[in-house]
Design a protein around this ligand. Structure first.
Ligand code: IPD
Ligand code: CA
Ligand code: CA
Length: 276
């Protein structure tokens, strides 16, 4: 059997250019909707979706499929398009931070990742409000508006600024992250909850945060951001270090130096390995 061919650097650059075009177009849609108004629908009690989510997604999918018609798409609002057996799958969150957006809180993003045979090889996250474009290609580094990114040098949890989030089913399940949040609050320097997982990951990559965890993420929340964290020198895992899957919901992403300390805190272990 022939070994799978890894996409060349030139191919990855082409895919990155497509993702940037798509993210910029979607960013314009989001800013226009923020200005002109939009309709809000409810998927569940506290889970919103707006016209802006749908229009931005349409725009991203059109841009990608007109450049790469044989590729597969997994997008938050339309789900999976299983019509081809391409090894490429674009994983799209057209508006990460919908609740923020709907309330006029200016912290949200467009997130586009490209998965090739199960590995995320390209990521683009755009914060249209601040004009911050995060880009990454596997093996080639992560960048913010063209400036190379590196994770922070902080090496203790006590000195770390962490970030986390809560899923929309927070009221329906005990596995809602509130236990981790209250416990880790007493061990970290501080914790933030921004409302955009994709930007949380990019902020870990750029050293603005030292670590991030969440318990119920979807692949589109993480696909692009994990490329940024890894390429900036950070570490991405599930709640144990031996396995990470985009489809397993749990994510811990850090500068690497505090990774085990954050895992210990999540598992209620002390630094000496004893239960806290
Ligand atoms: C949400 C945000 C939030 C995270 C939630 C996600 P959405 O995505 O990323 O930060 O805590 O788990 O569902 O719904 O705004 O695209
Ligand atoms: Ca999301
Ligand atoms: Ca979304």
């Amino acid at each position: 059997m022939q070994a799978a061919r890894i996409p060349s650097s030139d191919e990855c650059s082409t895919y990155l250019a497509t993702a940037i075009r798509a993210a910029e177009a979607a960013g314009t849609v989001l800013l226009d909707c923020a200005k002109s108004g939009f309709r809000i629908d409810y998927k569940a009690a506290i889970n919103l979706v707006t016209d802006a989510d749908r229009q931005a997604e349409e725009c991203i999918v059109c841009t990608i499929l007109s450049a790469h018609p044989s590729h597969r798409i997994l997008a938050e609002e339309r789900g999976q398009d299983g019509s081809t057996d391409s090894p490429y799958q674009w994983i799209i969150d057209p508006l990460d931070g919908t609740t923020n957006f709907a309330h006029g809180f200016p912290f949200y993003s467009v997130s586009i990742g490209l998965e090739y045979r199960g590995e995320c090889i390209v990521g683009v996250v755009l914060d249209p409000v601040r004009r911050e474009l995060f880009t990454g290609i596997v093996g080639e580094g992560a960048y913010l508006n063209g400036q190379r990114l590196y994770v922070s040098p902080i090496d203790t949890l006590e000195r770390s600024l962490l970030v986390t989030g809560f899923a929309y089913n927070i009221r329906e399940t005990a596995d809602n992250n509130l236990d981790h949040f209250s416990r880790i609050s007493l061990r970290a320097q501080a914790i933030r909850r921004t409302g955009s997982a994709a930007l949380d990951l990019c902020y870990v990559a750029s050293g603005r945060f030292d670590g991030y965890w969440e318990v119920k993420l979807s692949p589109w929340d993480m696909a692009a951001g994990i490329v940024m964290v890894r390429e900036a020198g950070g570490v991405v895992s599930g709640f144990s270090t031996d396995h990470f899957s985009l489809y397993a919901q749990e994510l811990v992403a850090t500068n690497g130096r505090i990774h085990h300390q954050l895992l210990d805190a999540i598992h209620q272990r002390t630094d000496q390995g004893r239960p806290a």
